[in-house]
Structures are given as structure tokens and as C-alpha cells.
Design a protein around this ligand. Structure first.
Ligand code: NAI
Ligand code: MG
Length: 393
């Protein structure tokens, strides 16, 4: 039976890259039914909801989504763009991708950052004798996707009950000297169940890949309760995984180590905020946003997306110039998820071939400043990159 996939191109370059991934899926022999899911800025402006209920229903029904990117703006900027007839009616903008992760409890986010041989954007460093080294990076980041600072439990000028509750904490005393309207509080919430689920996924992956360690990248020395819970649960869980160590690094130090010894980290696990940060850091070592794919997995639903956003400044270029590889790799993660591992492997091999041959490169791979002129400077357009991948298939 063919799977049905909910397509959510979203905004900006999401609209350009998603169809490219479909061309590759088709060329690899993957057959599916596709249905269109509305999401993003236009729906916020027109309907006051960037994630309409009809899209949620489609995901409930079909359980697999392929997502491009959306445009998100701060609260006030969002309100200013709402259709005039909707203003003042209590609509508040929330990022639909964050909303989708929470709605479907897509609590597991997996972000592989693996070098492609010959990628001119691969990280290089100066080694001992001044030689330039290009370490092979093969790190996969497991990011808790629904909690932490992204839980949305936050206030500016907190209401009485919240304020009183905070006052019961001795460390809050300093903050009572500040006028309440000058206080902004965002809560960092971890739950044991969700923490254990992300850890478990990371340990299982480490076991399957023969990785010697799972690195918990948090900051338990300072953020003792939440980061502390993740580290202590990791240590407990390690007892079930003989031969896999728990490495404990702090997010700040980890960002520095990224450029020192990235090849030492295979499996990284972190809460939502630090997972977001460290995954972009690792993505930068393997080519940046044009190469960074991700899976958002829940118990009933899974959504696959490149980690990049809608890059509005490139949204309207014809032909498109952005790199479709992140989106295509995200589609490969979808194939892996639904058991089409061979097709995923085939596509990844084709991408590797195109990168290694180096004849077709998008503007980012040529280190050009993006814009309409990149094509005349020898950069491949988005569809040309896709064509090359399909040819290599
Ligand atoms: P962005 O990821 O859209 O773009 C940053 C820069 O990265 C671009 O200007 C471009 O130079 C480069 N880039 C991104 N994707 C690329 C690709 N496929 N190929 C080549 N170069 C690429 O992030 P930015 O500018 O911070 O945000 C733009 C909008 O996207 C905002 O509204 C933001 O809220 C939203 N956003 C949405 C995300 C999502 O849908 N999951 C994630 C991140 C940002
Ligand atoms: Mg991010």
C-alpha cells in the first residue's frame, strides 16, 4: 500500500525546495500519495492561524509530513501583518512548527551532521605540523523537541500568582528589587519521561552504530535541576548499555570543542534549546544550512524538514538558487522512517557522487554571496542541483 504524505511547503524557500525533493523521491522509484497541507505566514495573515485545523487533521490522518520552512516573526510584527478585519480579536502568533511539535508530541528531533567527501564547505583546521586537516564529522544530534525554554510558559510582568510563587525561591530575592513590569520570565521545563525518551533514542542509535559514547551536552553545574535531570537519567540509562560511556560536556565548552575535535563526537543529546544550538554548530562543520536535515518524531506522527528557515531574501529569485540538499536529505530520513532504507541509501549515494565530482555546486558551495548574479558566476540553480542528483541516481 502506498503511504500518504502530507506536504507542507510553507513559506519562502520552503516552497522552492520541497518540490525538488519530490522529484528525487520519484526518480528513486518511491511511490506515494501526496496531500497538501496549509501552513505558514499567509495563513496567519489571512486566517489568524499559521497552522490551520485542516492541516492538523491531515497529519492526524496520515501521520507523515514533509515540511519545507516557515517564516516566523516576533509577536508585535506578526500582529501588524494580520488582515485588518482580524486585528484586535485576540489572535496571537505562535510559530506553527513549534506548535506542530507540541500538538503531535514530536518530542524526538534527530539531526545528523555527516561530512560529504569533497564538499568545499567541510570544516578544516590546522594540525600539529601546520598541515591542514579535514576531520570526518559524523555526529548526530538528538534534541528534545517539545520542552525546555520552548515550552511557551513565559511572562513579561508576571501575574500575581506566578510572582508570588517565584518569591518563595530564595534566589528570587534579587529580582524583587526590579519593577515587576521590567521582569521577563521564560521557564525551562524538563520532564523525566520526555528526557528519558530522547536519551533512549540516542542510546539505541549509539548501540546500532557501535558508537563508544553518548555525549550529554547541557550545563548541569549551573542549571542544576533541568540539565541535572538529563545527566543523571543518562547515567542511569547507561547501565542498560554496556560499553557505551556517558560523556558530559557543557554547551559553551562544546561549542568551542566543535572546532577542535568534532570527529570525537558521534552521538550528542541535549534539551531543546541547547540541542538547537549545538545542532546548528555541527551543521556548520559539514556545509551549513544547505546540508542540515532533520526528523521530528512522535509516537503517532513524524515530520521531516530541513533545519533552515524560509530565507526570505532568496524566496522570489527565479530560478531559485538555494541548495536543495538539506530538503532532499530530510526526505531520505522520511524514507528511512517508513522502511524504504534502500531508496534512502541510493539517494544519499547520488548526493555524495554529485558533491565529490564537484561539477555542480549551488552558490553556498561556491562561497558566493547569494543573489540573482550567482548563476552567471557559475553556480547551479536549485533545479540544476536536483537534476544532477537525479542523473547520478
Ligand atoms: P534561514 O535559515 O531562513 O536563512 C539564513 C541564511 O542561511 C539565508 O539567508 C541563506 O544565506 C542561508 N540558507 C538557508 N537555507 C539555505 C539553503 N537551503 N541553501 C543555501 N543557503 C541557505 O534563517 P533566518 O534568516 O534566520 O530566518 C528566516 C525566516 O525563517 C525567519 O522568519 C525565521 O523565523 C524562519 N525560520 C524557520 C525555520 C523553520 O521553518 N523550521 C527555522 C529557522 C528559521
Ligand atoms: Mg534552529
Amino acid at each position: 500500500m502506498k503511504p500518504t504524505i502530507v506536504l507542507m511547503p510553507g513559506d519562502g524557500i520552503g516552497k522552492a525546495v520541497l518540490p525538488e525533493s519530490l522529484r528525487v523521491l520519484k526518480a528513486a522509484g518511491f511511490e506515494a500519495n501526496y496531500v497538501d497541507g496549509d501552513i505558514g505566514w499567509d495563513f496567519w495573515c489571512k486566517e489568524g492561524n499559521p497552522l490551520p485545523d485542516r492541516t492538523i487533521k491531515l497529519l492526524e490522518q496520515h501521520r507523515i509530513g514533509l515540511f519545507g520552512a516557515i517564516t516566523s516573526k516576533p509577536k508585535d510584527a506578526a500582529t501588524a501583518e494580520l488582515a485588518p478585519e482580524l486585528r484586535g480579536k485576540g489572535y496571537t502568533y505562535y510559530s506553527p512548527i513549534v506548535g506542530m511539535r507540541q500538538k503531535f508530541n514530536l518530542d524526538i528531533c534527530i539531526r545528523p551532521c555527516i561530512s560529504f567527501k569533497g564538499n568545499p564547505l567541510n570544516f578544516v583546521r590546522r594540525g600539529k605540523d601546520g598541515v591542514v586537516e579535514e576531520p570526518f564529522v559524523d555526529a548526530t544530534i538528538f534534541r528534545q523537541n517539545t520542552e525546555c525554554l520552548y515550552s511557551g510558559v513565559e511572562w513579561t510582568n508576571p501575574p500575581d500568582q506566578v510572582y508570588e510563587a517565584f518569591k518563595t525561591h530564595p534566589k528570587f530575592k534579587e529580582f524583587t528589587k526590579v519593577p515587576r513590569e521590567d521582569l521577563a520570565i521564560s521557564s525551562r521545563i524538563f520532564t523525566r519521561g520526555a528526557t528519558r525518551r530522547i536519551l533512549k533514542t540516542a542510546f539505541e542509535y549509539a548501540k546500532a552504530r557501535g558508537a563508544k559514547a553518548v555525549t550529554v551536552c547541557e550545563k548541569p553545574n549551573v542549571i542544576r535541576e533541568t540539565s541535572g535531570m538529563m545527566l543523571s537519567e543518562a547515567k542511569k540509562m547507561a547501565a542498560d548499555y554496556k560499553g557505551i560511556l556517558v560523556w558530559d560536556t557543557n554547551i559553551d565548552a562544546q561549542m568551542m570543542w566543535l572546532t577542535k575535535n568534532p570527529e570525537d563526537y558521534r552521538v550528542i543529546v541535549a534539551g531543546n534549546m541547547f540541542g538547537d544550538i549545538v545542532s546548528d554548530g555541527f551543521a556548520g562543520l559539514v556545509g551549513g544550512l544547505g546540508f542540515a536535515a532533520s526528523a521530528n518524531l512522535g509516537e503517532t506522527c513524524a515530520v521531516f524538514e530541513p533545519t533552515h528557515g524560509s530565507a526570505p531574501k532568496y524566496a522570489d529569485l527565479k530560478p531559485a538558487i538555494i541548495n536543495p540538499i538539506a530538503m532532499i536529505l530530510s526526505a531520505c530520513m522520511m524514507l528511512d522512517h517508513i522502511g524504504e532504507k534502500e531508496k534512502a541509501q541510493k539517494i544519499k549515494k547520488a548526493i555524495a557522487t554529485v558533491i565529490e565530482q564537484g561539477k555542480v555546486r549551488t552558490y553556498d558551495m561556491m562561497r558566493l554571496t547569494g543573489g540573482p548574479n550567482v548563476i552567471s558566476q557559475g553556480a547551479a540553480s536549485t533545479p540544476q542541483m536536483t537534476d544532477a542528483i537525479i542523473a547520478a541516481l
